[in-house]
Design a protein around this ligand. Structure first.
Ligand code: OOB
Length: 539
């Protein structure tokens, strides 16, 4: 394995195989947009808001906008290999800036709009970003104030680029467009973007995705979802996240000539209005949002008749919720079990309902290697639960600038240790059973948080559930169930225990404590944030 100074490249025998087998092919991502503009010219590429209000760009216009912005960035001295921290919500500038950077061979570090000072400063320092791109303000938060702190604290950050009112900084729309002439395209085997790891423990890590691997990720996902130029894809989750960006997301949609609609916030009001107006056919959500959409749609009966595919992933999708989606939203459901590090599992469009509702699908690529191993590192018997390890044409071999962590996060032969506990069903699909350390150890007995959460969610009054440990002198850890209830209902520990016993749960699995909360804290993408929950509850 060769470790170039900052990142771990694929070993040559694997790189050769992925090229030979046509996983890695073609131009770097920024150049592909030129081909799409040739093929789809006057068709609409992106619909969204920008600093000048609602905007619609054709493929030709997007192509030109990317060139203009690339020229502007070049004028600031930003070029190949430079890292640019991008924290833009779902608006046109996210798309133009992404392609401008890809063309320059500059590397976008794709932060989420909900990240704040601690994460942003860490990401800026770790990446050595030369510039930081922000909206003026978003969802009531003035990003220019945060940017002023980052600018003052992180010496590498020379420029703050603003979508909207720039204040003391530089407006993206004011950058001059004189170009220093055409640039040599970047190496397609080099880093295209740095994604942010979605872990709920420790500081976020940077995930180097190459032009070739990411182009495959998006194009193969688009093919699997049957995406064509007739589709309209709604970016409802933050565009900087792998799922709406490339699974197939906005990149997959643009690659087939589809229309991309940017939704500024993922709540049902804005999304339903856009689905209706733009006749959206495909979108992607995390389960927490899927629940909010389904509950809202049950009530409001929006016109979602154009929708043909709702992808749900990022966290465990409860089977009961999955079953409600088709009748309420009038669309097929697809489960997606993916990770920014690479591997994507999808249920297929022709899978039967049972598979689509109760499994998290199977790997995208024929060359994806998936192992399920026990604590001894050996493969478990088929059907047993173990940790998922993976290697393949679009899975990283190491995080960026993280040699120490990489030594344990990957096996010596290059498998990524996902930390996810999964089993394979007889149909060949994976079921996610939990996370490796997401257990409560009560006096030596391990209670799986994921398993108990699923049982809690089966109760009619429970709409959200998280199981965490509560420190205890006698048994070490007690099992604390934290639940969100249907408004107007109540639940006692005694009742939930009786309900769980009735479902056949072993006595050792039953919660010791029940805490009812109004809402569970979520990570920037919408997964339950247990670290935050523990600190809120003083556990
Ligand atoms: C997606 O990516 P990340 O990097 O934010 O998070 C990855 C982790 C996985 O390792 C797993 O623990 C969890 O999120 N996860 C799921 C899941 N999908 C992801 N857990 C249970 N069921 C699922 N369906 O979350 C992501 C990336 C691309 C596509 C979709 C999701």
């Amino acid at each position: 394995m060769s470790i170039e100074s900052d990142w771990v490249t694929f070993p040559p025998e694997f790189a050769e195989r992925y090229v030979r087998e046509n996983y890695w092919r073609g131009e770097p991502l920024g150049e592909r947009l030129r081909g799409w503009a040739r093929d789809f010219g006057d068709r609409t590429a992106v619909v969204g808001t920008s600093s000048s209000g609602r905007a619609v760009l054709t493929y030709t216009e997007l192509d030109r906008a990317a060139d203009d912005l690339a020229a502007g960035l070049q004028g600031l001295g930003i070029g190949a290999g430079d890292r640019v921290l991008v924290q833009l919500p779902n608006r046109i500038e996210f798309v133009t800036l992404l392609f401008a950077l890809l063309r320059l061979g500059a590397i976008g570090v794709l932060a989420l709009p909900a990240h704040r000072r601690v994460e942003i400063q860490h990401l800026a320092e770790l990446s050595g970003a030369v510039a930081y791109a922000i909206p003026d303000s978003h969802e009531g938060f003035d990003h220019r104030k945060l940017a002023a702190q980052i600018h003052a604290n992180v010496p590498s950050v020379r420029h703050v680029l603003v979508a909207g009112e720039a204040g003391p900084f530089t407006a993206i729309s004011d950058l001059p467009v004189e170009s220093a002439g055409p640039l040599p395209p970047p190496d397609p085997a080099g880093i295209a973007v740095l994604l942010i790891s979605g872990g709920t423990t420790g500081k976020p890590k940077l995930i180097p995705r190459t032009h070739w691997d990411y182009a495959y990720n998006a194009a193969a996902s688009a093919a699997l979802c049957g995406l064509t130029a007739a589709d309209t894809y709604l970016v409802a989750l933050p565009a900087a996240h792998n799922f709406p960006l490339a699974c197939p997301g906005l990149l997959g949609a643009l690659g087939v000539g589809a229309r991309v609609v940017l939704c500024p916030s993922p709540g049902p009001e804005a999304a339903f209005a856009l689905i209706e107006r733009e006749r959206v056919t495909v979108t992607a959500l995390v389960p927490a949002l899927a629940r909010i959409w389904v509950d809202a749609a049950d009530w409001e009966k929006p016109d979602t008749s154009s929708l043909r595919l709702l992808q749900v992933g990022g966290a465990r999708l409860d089977a009961q919720l999955a079953r409600r989606i088709p009748p309420v939203l009038g669309t097929q459901v697809q489960q997606v079990f993916g990770m920014a590090e690479g591997l994507l599992n999808y249920t297929r469009l022709d899978d039967d309902d049972e598979i689509a509702f109760t499994t998290q699908g199977r790997a995208l690529a024929g060359a994806d290697e998936v192992r399920i191993v026990g604590e001894d590192g050996l493969d478990v018997v088929d059907g047993e639960v173990g940790e998922l390890l993976t290697r393949g044409p679009y899975t990283i071999r190491g995080y960026y600038r993280a040699a120490t962590h990489n030594a344990t996060a990957f096996t010596p032969d290059g498998f990524y240790r996902s930390g996810d506990l999964v089993r394979r069903t007889p149909s060949g699909n994976l079921v996610v059973e939990g996370r490796i350390k997401d257990v409560v150890n009560r006096g030596g007995e391990n209670v799986s948080a994921g398993e108990l959460e699923e049982h809690l969610l089966a109760h009619r009054a429970v709409t959200g559930a998280a199981v965490i440990a509560a420190p205890d002198e006698r048994v070490g850890e007690k099992v604390r169930a934290v639940v969100v209830l249907v408004p107007g209902t109540a639940l006692k520990l005694k009742e939930i225990k009786a309900f769980l016993r009735e479902r056949g749960l072993a006595a050792f699995m039953l919660p010791d404590l029940l805490t009812v909360v109004d809402e569970l804290p979520l990570t920037p993408i919408g997964k339950i944030d247990k670290r935050e929950l523990r600190s809120r509850l003083g556990a």
